[in-house]
Design a protein around this ligand. Structure first.
Ligand code: PEP
Ligand code: MG
Length: 589
């Protein structure tokens, strides 16, 4: 048995065998072969194609069962590529004509077609390049004897292990049979971590090289609270994990009575308690925990579930379904926030050297008016079904907000002209997740209806720490004086302008910071469903005046470390107070 430590990215406990996902590209050697080897080389290619066909057929069956016929249809197109004369036929030709080994010939054949597709500038063909690459990689893996690269979730309860996963990989894997994620890379605010928390799946990230030594079937015990992974756990450890999991379900059961109680402080301040979701399946969890609405719908994940850009009608179907299931509770649609680590090849977001400082969020949307408009129109139309809110990501200043609002006006005019039901009055707000937006919050507050602070990016940009890089994860410091000042400025500017301010970054899911957010004056807290009862309990126990005094003291600290120590001693003292009141029978929750 061995214990390795990483970053506690999503709470919970799990014990299960590993399902390893390999994403490394196979290494290809280019070799000239002797004339006598040609037929054998072609036979080798055909054999690999046959094996690829078998793999794809298994996948089609599995995907159809797990995710539905739409997803499995994607793989059907891969079968067609295996028959395609332009691809594999051309590879055979190259083997003969250029006496090349089959790996190099296949790469050359695929490269030729892709160059032709790019020249056509047709989105259909551009999308097909991804499929071609997938098939090419599958065949090359078979030829080189490296692992299957297809990102597919486990078929039996397992712990998914990988060096890294993109957000779209994570969506493809889904949550079925996934008991935990363990990754070599990443930090608490990488999107894999966020998705894991939303799905209620424990995750330990930033484990480094340890992960690459894992193989399918290795037994692991994952502690998402401590950020530890136990390799080949002994009987005692297994018993301890069983107990921890049982205790966790007891705590959840104990907090369930809070579901229908309001989030009001003892001195009468009400805070709205909302849930962040990525996928429509999470609506039920939001309702179960007593959320008053959806405080952040990361719509990009709905795009990730589609192989091509979902059109207005497809989006409306999903958004409308969410609105209906939320039964009159508000739903905040954040427009597509791609870029950074959230890339989807069909959207044309290319690899950039500084992706988080690149073509992200509102920048991407303003550069793609037809795509932006189709999403806005779908959101405006869904708003006819209930109280929807619209929010733009990555705003840095007033000019971007104005441009986005101008496009909103165009959409409303069009919808009115077409006689389509929509709500032109829906609330429009922005994410405050860049330091610039927090600093000019007073200017922005005049031109929108609400703010929602995204601490994941706000902390990343303020402290210049890449949120995916485990080596600088220690700089995720929500109590850094720079971060606290930006948050305080944001809430004050919102209130001075008469608009509300919420927070939807991961900081709001951490009970440790609940008093701080209350004291900063946030009107709405949006978080993972599993955390909502715990945070609500803190709100119900903490007078607003006490939280505000705490924030005053925290803002006077000169370092994040000093603020952290101060918060720890406040929480310990409060716990002791609570314990004493409990013993005297003076508490009701
Ligand atoms: C944030 O940045 O805090 C946020 C909520 O957005 P995302 O995590 O999707 O970047
Ligand atoms: Mg963000």
């Amino acid at each position: 048995m061995r214990i390795v430590s990483g970053i506690a990215a999503s709470p919970g406990y799990a014990v299960a065998p590993v399902h390893f996902i390999s994403r490394e590209a196979p290494e290809i050697v280019r070799r000239v072969i002797a004339p006598g080897e040609i037929e054998a080389e072609i036979a080798r290619l055909d054999d690999a194609i046959g094996k690829a066909r078998d793999q794809i057929q298994v996948l089609i069956g599995k995907l159809a069962k797990d995710l539905g016929p739409e997803e499995s249809a994607i793989m059907e197109s891969h079968l067609l590529i295996l028959e395609d004369e332009l691809t594999v036929g051309r590879a055979r030709e190259i083997i003969r004509a250029e006496s090349l080994n089959c790996e190099a010939a296949l790469k050359e054949a695929v490269g030729e077609i892709i160059r032709q597709f790019h020249a056509l500038e047709d989105s259909y063909f551009r999308e097909r390049t991804q499929d071609l690459h997938d098939v090419e990689e599958r065949i090359l893996r078979i030829l080189t004897g490296t692992d299957d690269a297809t990102v597919v979730g486990p078929t039996a309860p397992s712990i998914v292990a990988a060096v890294d996963l993109t957000p779209s990989d994570t969506v493809t894997i889904g949550s079925r049979n996934v008991l935990a994620f363990v990754l070599g890379e990443g930090s608490r605010t990488s999107h894999v971590a966020i998705l894991a928390r939303s799905l209620g799946v424990p995750a330990v990230l930033g484990l480094g090289d340890e992960v690459s030594h894992l193989i399918d079937g290795d037994l692991l015990a994952v502690d998402g609270e401590l950020g530890e992974v136990v390799l080949q756990p002994d009987a005692e450890t297994l018993a301890r994990f069983r107990q921890l999991a049982q205790r966790e379900s007891r705590v959840a059961a104990k907090l369930s009575h809070l579901k229908d109680l309001p989030a009001v402080t003892p001195d009468g301040r009400t805070v709205k308690m909302m849930v962040n979701i990525e996928l429509p399946v999470e609506v039920d969890k939001a309702l179960d925990c007593g959320a008053e609405g959806i405080g952040l719908l990361r719509t990009e994940y709905i795009y990730f579930q589609h192989r091509t850009i979902p059109d207005e009608q497809e989006q409306l179907a999903v958004y409308g379904d969410i609105m209906r299931r939320m039964e009159g509770r508000p739903v905040l649609f954040r427009t597509l926030d791609v870029g950074g680590d959230k890339v989807q090849r069909y959207l044309g977001v290319r690899k950039e050297s500084n992706p988080f400082l690149g073509w992200r969020g509102i920048r991407f949307l303003l550069a793609n008016p037809p795509l932006f408009k189709s999403q806005l129109r779908a959101i405006y139309r869904a708003a006819a079904l209930g109280p929807a809110r619209l929010m733009f990501p990555m705003i840095t200043g007033v000019a971007e907000l104005r441009s986005a609002r101008e496009i909103c006006r165009e959409c409303c005019d069009e919808l009115a002209g077409e006689g389509l039901a929509h709500d032109p009055e829906l609330e429009i707000g922005i994410m405050i997740e860049t330091p610039a937006s927090a600093m000019v919050a007073d200017l922005l507050a005049r031109e929108c209806d609400f703010f929602s602070v995204g601490t994941n990016d706000l902390i990343q940009y303020t402290l210049a720490m890449d949120r995916l890089n485990s080596r600088v994860a220690y700089l995720y410091q929500p109590l850094h004086p720079g971060v606290l000042r930006l948050m305080r400025n944001t809430v004050q500017a919102a209130h001075a302008a008469g608009i509300w301010a919420g927070i939807c970054g991961e900081m709001s899911s951490e009970t440790r910071y609940a008093e701080v957010l209350l004291g900063l004056g946030f009107d709405e807290l949006s978080m993972h469903a599993a955390q909502l009862p715990k945070v609500k309990q803190v709100v119900r126990w903490t007078p607003q005046t006490e939280a505000a005094a705490l924030v005053e003291e925290l803002c006077a600290c000169d370092t994040a470390e000093a603020a952290d120590r101060l918060l720890t001693s406040y929480l310990e003292e409060k716990k002791a107070r609570r314990f004493a009141s409990n013993r005297e029978g003076r508490v009701n929750d």
